[in-house]
Design a protein around this ligand. Structure first.
Ligand code: SF4
Ligand code: SF4
Length: 111
């Protein structure tokens, strides 16, 4: 006989008030085009590295606002800085510049 039970739902609520948004504020200062992102996903769709790895720039752009630095630090190293994402971005986000600044921020914060 099949047994039924309730599963605890994983909480996906984003606590914007208590997130560490230091990276977002840093990027707003050094690469303000980061604020133009509308999370459309075009960058991820065109990313060559994304075809061979878990790199997802669209998710990284969302994670910047959510303060998920550990996830970003893990994924960003897979970028080969080709700049294709920048060519397709409808909002002209300087994605390559954003990525380079993220790398520099993470290096200085020893994450
Ligand atoms: S293509 Fe541009 S606007 Fe769209 S998710 Fe990527 S960075 Fe954001
Ligand atoms: S610069 Fe990085 S994120 Fe953008 S398309 Fe190239 S490998 Fe992908």
């Amino acid at each position: 006989m099949k047994s039924f039970q309730y599963l605890k739902k994983i909480d996906r609520t984003i606590d914007y008030d208590n997130n560490d948004r230091a990276l977002f504020y840093y990027l707003m200062r050094v690469e303000p085009t980061v604020a133009l992102c509308i999370a459309c996903g075009a960058c991820t769709a065109t990313c060559s590295a994304g075809n061979f790895s878990t790199l997802d720039l669209h998710k990284i752009m969302l994670s910047i606002r959510r303060g998920e630095k550990v996830y970003i630090a893990k994924e960003i190293t897979q970028c080969v800085l080709c700049g294709k994402c920048q060519l397709v971005c409808p909002k002209n986000v300087n994605t390559r510049g954003v990525i380079l600044q993220i790398m520099s921020f993470l290096q200085s914060s020893q994450l």
